[in-house]
Design a protein around this ligand. Structure first.
Ligand code: AMP
Length: 224
């Protein structure tokens, strides 16, 4: 399965792509997570990306495309992948087409998660994660069951993304409008675009995505 989840920050791409990764056993690839790992490691790419990410801008296409090309060549992508946060510009979408063409792989679907802007801001500004195991929480929608203790691993250490601050969120939404929205007609013209109501609850969004995957002929995952 080769799938793209498209949508603005806070639309639920990360949550849904991780659910799909578990269910379908294909690699989930978040270019944002990859860049955060580069920043943490202090690599040349991380140093280049750090300021751009903190300001809510987009990292240069050539750097991102190279990073993504290396990633999808890894053995865990042999049975497919779910892209979360890539492509974010038309040149990135074109480069992905070329990569897929070269490896004789077809995109199954591009699924756009639609969420209105006030909801995006509310979702992003309240989110935080366990610093140890990465489990996601939210000040309003999903607090840990025991205050300040991760439900999954018991850690008391939590972190918030620096670019989830209100002023940066607006810059990220502007980057989405200016650079990423033009991808929608690009995939529409290829007959690959599907839209899901991302305002619905998590389970409903998941079942809408699975219905699309069935419609495009992705085999049902084996029952667990
Ligand atoms: P995300 O975790 O997807 O919200 O990405 C966090 C930040 O990483 C973005 O605001 C961008 O600065 C950068 N980034 C992630 N993916 C891309 C991409 N495909 N192209 C350019 N910049 C990206």
């Amino acid at each position: 399965m080769e799938l793209i989840l498209l949508g603005p920050p806070g639309a639920g791409k990360g949550t849904q792509s991780k659910l799909l990764e578990t269910r379908y056993g294909v690699a989930q690839i978040s270019t944002g997570d990859m860049l955060r790992a580069e920043v943490k490691a202090g690599s040349p790419l991380g140093l280049e990306a750090k300021g751009i990410m903190a300001a809510g801008g987009l990292v240069a296409d050539d750097l991102i495309i190279r990073m993504l090309a290396d990633r999808i060549a890894q053995p865990d992508c042999a049975h497919g992948f779910i892209l979360d946060g890539f492509p974010r510009t038309v040149p990135q979408a074109e480069a992905l087409d070329q990569l897929l063409h070269d490896t004789k792989v077809d995109l199954d679907a591009v699924i756009e998660l639609k969420v209105d802007e006030p909801m995006l801001v509310e979702r992003i500004s309240g989110r935080f994660t366990c610093a140890k195991c990465g489990t996601g929480y939210h000040d309003k929608f999903k607090l840990p069951h025991v205050a300040n203790t991760c439900d999954k691993c018991g850690s008391h250490d939590f972190s918030r993304r620096p670019d989830d601050k209100a002023e940066t969120v607006h810059a990220r939404l502007e980057a989405y409008r200016a650079d990423t929205l033009p991808i929608i007609p690009y995939y529409q013209a290829k007959g690959r675009l599907f839209t899901v109501d991302g305002m619905a609850d998590m389970a409903e969004v998941e079942s809408q995505i699975e219905a699309i995957l069935r419609q495009v002929g992705v085999p049902e995952p084996a029952a667990v």
